[in-house]
Design a binder for this molecule. Structure first.
Ligand code: FDA
Length: 960
């Protein structure tokens, strides 16, 4: 038992580092790295821009483009170097030199963290390490592959490495081994990954190699751990000790992970290696959790990760009889704690190892071999384009405010501070600011298999419920009114499955509903707005409680894949909560200027009875959005849903009425009335009815415009709020990150079979990357899983009905004659209204294919000569709903913001999936009439604005 403290050992390590640093040659490239890092951390804005530039550089093929983008980033970073560089770059010789220096610097920067670009260079590094008694683990750069070809390349490369390097030690990433274009194909991924892993492990056993599986994003962690546990316990691999896994101490559930692994190893009765790290994806996990409104999986204070790391080090070291502990860190305090703990517990030095990354804290590395500890260096090698995520992670790690390396070696914090026990820092815990903004409801976390089971079981329940093909009535006030005639609602993936028989509402039913809505409207509008808001929130809560049933229903009746259906339920809940909140804001006070003796104010009054006409593609969210907006401000409503998705509308109105009952508000039955049936008859009847004062519509441009015409020819004209489609373009410029652009575009164009009004249907690709892009698209798109959406792995389901199928196929046939088919005629399920994902190239800009809203999985691809040309193609369209841009050029991004004529512009992300209160949604040109849904102005359309001016002066005296 020793009596050292962690601080004393830490000081020893620092002494060692200092001695080594003095010997460091200033011209060694670590110096250059440090200079670049120092410049960047002095200016946070410049740092971001420099790292962004490093990220894009390997993709830029020409000198002119490199210089151009470099200057743009300097300008964005407000760097003092911008003006002289800009001027200098005008001279050809200096241009040449600047380009050389930029390339040189980034390559040297990369070289400090990446040991080589090919296996020969990696082997040399291994040799050098062995001379210093240091071990290695080899990492072939690259992660997250999109298609089989890319994944198989990694698989084959890994196999080759095992065979080529004697007793190789590899660190591999499972995200590279199996393509990631599909989202919820867990079973398929599991099968394929398991087979690949078994093959690699078999080879490794024969070649006496070791394989460590790196841990990546939280979403996949449990899934990957489960696969590994299952395989490594199989008879064939049970006694193999060459496998390793990684536990990330920044995760709140990491202690449980570690303990599970240890007890698993005890049961297995043969050891595996467990590498303990803090975790490399903190920014991503934190932002992702915030965006999804999920519980944050990572600690949010750095000292919490440090405390946890120390605690887990102890658990890990204590278990050295069952697993092989590997402590990976560059934090002197964390390392000192582990060293001290092992000394105190007399843990043999051979029983565990330390691990560090190539190029990080090199000054300390020899300490371990000199003191009989085992040190293993993580050696990344490979192509820089594939390795860019790795490089950027290292740059961030060296420069993050909380990073030990930054504080110790760039900021020069005192040793005492750096070696302080992290437990003592917990007193500095900053207070979390209270967030008073609107909070979106969280989507389901699909990494949890329990959520898959819940959806499956609801689908089963509904399938049973629908076996009887019951009759569904119109819902008017508190009455259920069954018609004489019914139409079928069917499952578009299995048209023979009739889900229900829906009442054909009549004009008489409409009159009844209008009368009821009129009857209660005054009372409703006089009700306190906070009570109205409360009711909407209660309905939101009830929808949330029924989330899984609603997902299942969307899946069966609208043909929505799970992820899409889940997003739609969230959107519906958000609309209710958001308009509840916004209505309070609207009625909250005077917005006009008053003067002494003159009082001015606005009051907002509802129109009266509204007609809500939603589409089948968002049968829940858009219906709920338009209806809740109308009633939140005192209107009442008649809902006329799309025929194809009447059951979903029925389910919502049923839930709404149930809440009224639960809250004892029977008198308000009829706030929302449901009339199912044909648009041509009852839709028109409602639009033209003199007592309907407001129409909220979402659907095709043709129907929207006809409603607009009818509504404007009455006296007085009716208020119309209309969303009417798009022909949306996504531009991918030559600086874009294709690893993001490609899946983003595929999702935008083919998610929900291209049937979102926001879907991408035109892709515009810069000529310099056009061929590469087409090749990867051709490789990747055919791999999306097209099947019945009731199955979780479904990426793309059917289109809504036979008419749509025929219409879309007609367009495809036109395309085959007028343009070149790049991808199409893919294998489809035998039954159901499926249409093949189809891509055309060499399309004329003004053709029907390029101009008509097809509303199906059809994408046309254009080649653009330059960015101006790309924008002109994008804008050559009568619609202007959404647009997308993938670019890493600050100037192109600015130009698109200015010139891309579109209601919603999405930069470096898919162009669908607007979220209430964050992406107010609505278009320009032929796409919309009115303000955007889910935004701060939307409710204004559902009220009439009345201005009151009162002279408050009485015989010369004025009110205060
Ligand atoms: P330091 O003490 O400076 O810690 C920095 C870390 O603290 C951040 O990386 C983050 O984890 C955490 N942190 C930062 N801000 C925080 C905040 N506000 N709240 C809470 N925590 C915060 N990583 C990985 O995810 N999977 C892997 O498989 C591997 N493999 C691997 C192998 C080897 C040999 C090494 C050396 C490293 C890894 N890593 C890794 C990377 C590793 O996760 C990363 O290097 C460390 O997190 C850096 O921690 P240090 O202890 O070195 O530094």
């Amino acid at each position: 038992m020793n009596n050292y403290t962690d601080q004393q050992i830490g000081k020893d390590l620092f002494r060692y580092i200092k001695k080594r640093s003095k010997k460091t040659n200033l011209f060694k490239f670590a110096w250059l790295k440090n200079q670049i890092l120092k410049i960047s951390i002095q200016n946070k804005k410049l740092q971001t821009q420099l790292f962004r530039f490093v990220d894009v550089l390997p993709s830029l093929k020409t000198k002119d483009r490199r210089l151009d983008i470099f200057l743009q980033y300097l300008h964005e970073g407000k760097s003092l170097l911008y003006a002289p560089s800009f001027l200098a770059a005008k001279t050809p010789v200096i241009r040449e030199f600047l380009d050389w220096i930029i390339n040189f610097s980034v390559k040297e920067l990369a070289k400090t963290f990446i040991c080589g670009s090919n296996i020969q260079q990696a082997k040399q590094s291994i040799k050098k390490l062995s001379l210093k008694n240091q071990l290695y683990t080899l990492d072939l750069l690259g992660e997250l592959t999109l298609n089989k070809k890319e994944a198989d390349k990694y698989f084959n490369d890994y196999k080759q490495l095992i065979q080529e390097i004697p007793s190789a030690h590899l660190s591999i990433k499972l995200s590279a081994l199996e393509p990631h274009i599909n989202i919820l194909d867990f079973e398929i991924k599991k099968n394929n990954l398991s087979n690949k892993l078994r093959e690699l492990f078999r080879l490794a056993i024969t070649a006496n190699a070791s394989i460590n599986i790196d841990t990546e994003h939280y979403f996949w962690k449990d899934f990957y751990f489960q696969i590994l546990k299952e395989i490594l316990i199989e008879d064939e691999f049970r006694s193999w000790t060459g496998a390793g896994i990684v536990v990330q101490a920044y995760l709140k559930d990491s202690q449980k992970d570690l303990e599970d692994w240890i007890s698993w190893a005890k049961k297995r009765k043969s050891s595996i290696s467990i590498r303990l790290v803090k975790g490399a994806y903190w920014d991503y996990e934190y932002a992702k959790a915030k965006q999804q409104n999920w519980q944050c999986p990572v600690f949010t204070q750095k000292f919490q990760s440090d405390i946890n790391y120390e605690k887990l080090s102890e658990i890990l070291l204590d278990s050295y009889n069952f697993v092989r502990p590997a402590l990976a860190s560059h934090n002197v305090r964390s390392l000192a704690h582990a060293i001290n703990y092992a000394l105190k517990k007399n843990i043999p030095k051979q029983a565990f190892e330390f691990q560090m990354l190539y190029g990080m804290l090199d000054e300390l590395k020899d300490y371990f071999s000199e003191n009989d500890y085992t040190l293993r260096i993580y050696l990344p090698y490979g192509d820089l384009v594939q390795g860019m995520s790795y490089l950027v992670r290292r740059l961030l790690e060296n420069t993050a405010n909380d990073s030990f390396l930054r504080q110790g070696f760039l900021d020069g914090s005192s040793e005492d501070l750096l070696l302080q026990d992290p437990n003592e820092k917990s007193f500095d815990l900053p207070k979390t600011p209270v967030d008073t903004g609107f909070e979106n409801i969280a989507n389901i976390d699909f990494s949890k298999s329990i959520n898959h089971s819940k959806i499956q079981s609801e689908i089963k329940n509904l399938n049973n419920e629908f076996k009887l093909a019951q009759k569904y009535p119109c819902l008017i006030g508190d009455q259920k009114i069954f018609a004489d005639k019914f139409f079928e609602s069917v499952n578009p993936a299995k048209p023979s499955q009739v889900l229900g028989l829906i009442s054909h509402g009549t004009e008489q039913d409409c009159n009844k509903a209008i009368n009821r809505a009129k009857e209660i409207q005054k009372k409703w509008s006089q009700w306190d707005c906070s009570k109205r808001a409360e009711l909407l929130k209660n309905v939101a809560h009830e929808l949330e409680k029924n989330r899984f049933r609603l997902i299942a229903l969307l899946c069966l009746e609208a043909g929505k894949p799970w992820v899409e259906a889940d997003g739609e339920v969230s959107e519906a809940v958000d609309f209710l909560n958001y308009y509840a909140q916004e209505s309070l804001e609207l009625f909250s006070g005077d917005k006009l200027r008053s003067l002494p003796g003159e009082k001015n104010y606005n009051i907002y009054q509802p129109y009266g009875v509204s007609a809500i006409i939603p589409p089948w593609n968002f049968p829940l969210a858009i219906l709920v959005g338009m209806a809740s907006a109308a009633i939140s401000v005192g209107n009442t409503a008649i809902i006329k849903p799309s025929m194809q998705t009447s059951l979903i509308a029925y389910e919502f109105v049923k839930i709404f009425n149930r809440v009224l009952e639960m809250k004892g508000l029977h008198q308000f039955k009829g706030l929302l009335n449901l009339i199912t049936g044909e648009g041509k008859t009852i839709g028109n009847f409602l639009v033209e009815h003199p007592d309907v004062k407001l129409i909220a519509f979402t659907g095709s441009n043709a129907v929207g415009m006809s409603i607009y015409q009818k509504a404007s020819s009455t006296f007085p004209p009716k208020r119309v709020v209309a969303e009417m489609g798009g022909k949306n373009a996504v531009i991918i410029d030559e600086s874009a990150d294709l690893d993001e652009a490609l899946p983003g575009l595929i999702y935008s164009a083919f998610g929900y079979s291209g049937q979102k009004c926001s879907a991408a249907s035109r892709a515009i690709i810069h000529q310099n990357i056009y061929q590469d892009f087409l090749a990867r698209l051709k490789q990747t798109l055919p791999e999306i899983i097209i099947t019945d959406p009731a199955q979780g792995q479904c990426y793309m389901g059917p289109v809504i009905d036979a008419n749509s199928q025929i219409k879309i196929n007609n367009y495809i046939n036109i395309g085959k004659q007028e343009a070149d088919l790049l991808i199409g005629d893919l294998e489809l399920p035998e039954t159901g209204y499926f249409v093949s994902p189809t891509v055309f190239v060499n399309v004329s800009e003004d053709s029907k294919l390029a101009q008509d809203e097809i509303f199906g999985p059809v994408l046309v691809v254009f080649k653009a000569n330059n960015f101006d040309h790309a924008l002109s193609i994008a804008n050559n369209c009568s619609f202007g709903l959404t647009g997308g841009l993938y670019s890493r050029s600050p100037n192109n991004i600015k130009q698109a913001i200015d010139q891309f004529v579109t209601g919603n512009l999405y930069i470096n992300r898919p162009c669908t999936g607007a979220i209430v209160s964050r992406q107010a949604f609505g278009g320009l040109k032929n796409s919309s009439i009115g303000f955007k849904a889910g935004g701060p102005n939307y409710l204004l359309q559902f009220v009439q604005e009345k201005t009151i001016t009162e002279n408050t002066m009485r015989r010369g005296f004025a009110e205060d």
